[in-house]
Design a protein around this ligand. Sequence first.
Ligand code: VNL
Length: 389
Amino acid sequence: MQKRHLLNLITGAALAVCGLAHAQDNAFKIALILPMTGPFASTGKQIEAAAKLYMAQNGDTVAGKKVQLIVKDDAGTPDTTKRLAQEMVVNDKVNVLAGFGLTPLALATAPIATQSKTPLVVMAAATSSITQASPFIVRTSFTLPQAAVGIADWAPNNGIKKVVSLVSDYGPGIDAEKYFKDRFTFNGGQVVETLRVPLRNPDFAPFLQKVRDAKPDAIFTFVPSGAGAALMKQFAERGLDKAGIKLIGTGDVTDDDILNGMGDVALGVVTSHHYSASHKSAVNQKFVEAFQKANNNLRPNFMAVGGYDGMRVIYEALKATKGAGGGEALLAAMKGQIFESPRGPMFIDAQTRDVVHNIYIRKVEKVNGQLYNQEFDTIKDVKDPGKSK
Ligand code: VNL
């Protein structure tokens, strides 16, 4: 009896261990590392909400695996992003790294993806060179060269010949400045001054004063998601609009997350970007409605769409590899995916692992009492111009 009892115990314990191992085998873990606090918390909030919406709509069992989303806050600090990624790769054995709210956060973590052969899905950061930092990086956000070239083509045909550019002084800003200037100049325009403002705690006032003094037709700007409201406010306070200076830029400045709170100063602002919450398609309408319903009426912005599409790319790779794929197989299954996103048609270029999508020219207008970026022109299937050189 004694012996048998012991045997039972041992068998039970072994099974429990097996069960545990099985439970682990059966889990598919996605590390979602985002700035959930600090000045870029809106990006984290938007992406987390979108990832959760995608899972709610598509279930958490995929190819026999139980998908687990592990959300971590890096507060927008690169060292923290990297440390969290390392911990989750080593301790939690995550299958995919995802999120990356800003360029420095993605660049800091790229070596972890390479060393551990873990696919890293960039859902927000948008400096062109990011995908070159690791062969395991796939991007579902956008690139600044993609966005900047559209407005550089539109402006000179619409009375804007002389521009001062004003960008955040880091990767995406420098991309925006360069690709806008090259194209605008090629189109016969003139960039008379290039100004760069610090990424952290920017005070736009002295820069806007310089713009006023230079008397350009327009200011071209890139500021990261969340910073547009402060720029717009100071633009109005300094009387630049009254002085007849227009504001153009990539769509980050009229971000859907904050656009409605900007007031009438934003009316008429023309930008180029890959996503507007008012994009006219059945897929987008469904997305916006579901997102708002699940998030207290919060309007999804381009960050949310990067997160939503990133989850789709991960889910489809898991399906294609029938739940049996390691990092390399998953990565291979992410490359070349093509589908209809809320932004419009989109695909992941297998060569560059970067996103190819339409860029829309949009103007801020009031629709049913709310401000929206209303798309009025489309440049189809834009590849990252940063990669063609
Ligand atoms: C970046 C690019 C960040 C565009 C943004 O918002 C943005 C980046 C936080 O690559 O850091 O709108």
